[in-house]
Design a protein around this ligand. Structure first.
Ligand code: SDX
Length: 381
């Protein structure tokens, strides 16, 4: 009988490496993020979301002809079927958009005749369908709940521009479209975060990409993870006045209430995405006249830097994405769905990487219960 390997408990898996990956590199101490070795600042300045998806799925940048055909492949899959549109129309308008997204992404499997094909190419095609259709799912539900006609996707537009077109029924200005495109780049991948891990655990059972991406959406929704961006906006609106920032922050810290948009399991320096989003938020706030929220945000950051900066608690990706999305006119409960729209890229990248060198993911836990407990018949209990 082989000797059982030494085991240890690592609650939260803070110090556990579950495998190897070429997708993204994070230096939590230095505040560095790279996708396939390319610094996030370079990509935010020079790339597009579609090019970043290609990079994450192929471990290299595309040639111009490869990018052109990849974009064409994505755009072919923009439209929702009539069945999916009817499904969305039948959803109660009060439903949370993240519950809608999780439900409809799962529903895409019902009409995919290759849904049980477990080949790599088939799983990749499913990932294309989910990534290309997620913007339309979010926009269609938002239009329905506002009592507006659903706007069909326009295959002449990139993913970011098309999303705003479907949401608002008008083609957005260059600045707004580019702002969303850069936000999608910044949120596309981030190592083995909770929702990516959920997708990998699912695909590792040889389940399908729809199930993996559905697991991921459900996981991202939590306020300790992707759901934080909506709660940042709720927090900013509840504080309201600049003079109320200090008491709010100090009371929260005293009561050990987490300030949404701050802290990170890996970053103990400023999240490089937050750095970028902060300049974005400032520029868009000025252009749209929403400077109050931005000023509130910077005041919160100043106080948190003073009080807990030394503990490595800094703004994370969610803190300034909130003011950016709000200034772009997005409804607050669409902030996390937009995060999911982007993270489909990373979830699929890691799921495909797991698929190529798979091993069922099955950790242990330390049993702390009793043994040999007697079964007492119910009439004697
Ligand atoms: C995302 O993993 C990823 O990569 C995620 C993500 C991605 O791209 O996929 O980056 C996206 O999810 C960003 C995080 C969004 N979540 C939030 O903004 C929610 C608020 N943040 C916290 O809940 C917290 O910072 C976590 C959950 C993000 C990380 O927490 P950890 O690693 O479990 O750390 P912890 O809770 O053990 O806190 C350590 C200390 C504690 O103080 P002490 O008990 O040691 O005195 O730091 C304090 C905490 O109280 N702390 C905070 C805080 N976060 C940690 N104090 C106040 N406000 C906070 N936000």
């Amino acid at each position: 009988m082989p000797e059982a390997p030494a085991m240890h408990i690592d609650k939260g898996l803070d110090n556990t490496i579950i495998g190897e990956s070429r997708k993204s590199f994070i230096d939590g101490q230095a505040g560095v993020l790279e996708y396939v070795g390319i610094d996030i600042d370079e990509l935010a300045r020079n790339s597009t979301f579609e090019e970043v998806v290609f990079l994450l799925w192929n471990d290299r940048l595309p040639t111009s002809s490869e990018l052109e055909s990849f974009e064409a492949e994505l755009r072919l899959e923009y439209p929702l079927s009539q069945g999916v549109i009817e499904m969305i129309k039948g959803i109660p308008h009060e439903a949370s958009p993240m519950h809608v997204l999780r439900t409809v992404v799962s529903g895409l499997a019902l009409e995919d005749e290759e849904c049980n094909d477990q080949s790599f190419e088939s799983e990749r095609r499913k990932a294309v369908r989910v990534l290309s259709k997620t913007p339309a799912i979010i926009a269609a539900f938002d239009r329905c709940r506002r009592g507006l006609e659903i706007v069909d996707p326009d295959p002449n537009l990139n993913i970011a521009t098309n999303f705003l077109w479907m949401l608002n029924g008008e083609v957005p200005g260059e600045a707004s479209a580019r702002a969303i495109d850069v936000c999608l780049i910044l949120h596309a991948d981030h190592g083995i975060n909770a929702s990516t891990f959920a997708a990998m655990v699912t695909i590792a059972t040889q389940s399908d990409m729809y199930s993996a991406l559905t697991s991921a959406v459900g996981t991202l929704r939590g306020p300790l993870h992707g759901g934080a961006n909506e709660r940042v906006m709720n927090m900013l609106q509840s504080i309201g006045d600049l003079d109320d920032v200090e008491p709010f922050v100090m009371d929260s810290l005293k009561n050990k209430t987490k300030i949404m948009g701050f802290g990170h399991r890996v970053y103990k320096a400023l999240d490089p995405r937050a750095k970028y989003l902060k300049t974005f938020a400032e520029r868009i706030a000025e252009e749209t006249g929403n400077t109050d929220l931005y000023v509130l945000s910077t005041r919160i950051q100043d106080i948190m830097d003073r009080e807990v900066g030394a503990k490595g608690i800094y703004p994370n990706v969610d803190f300034y994405s909130a003011t950016t999305y709000f200034s772009l006119g997005l409804a607050i409960d669409l902030f996390t769905p937009v995060f999911a729209m982007s993270r489909n890229a990373g979830w699929a990248a890691h799921s495909l990487e797991q698929h190529q060198d798979n091993r069922l993911i099955r950790p242990r836990c330390q049993y702390t219960g009793d043994h040999a407990v007697e079964y007492v018949p119910i009439n004697e209990r």
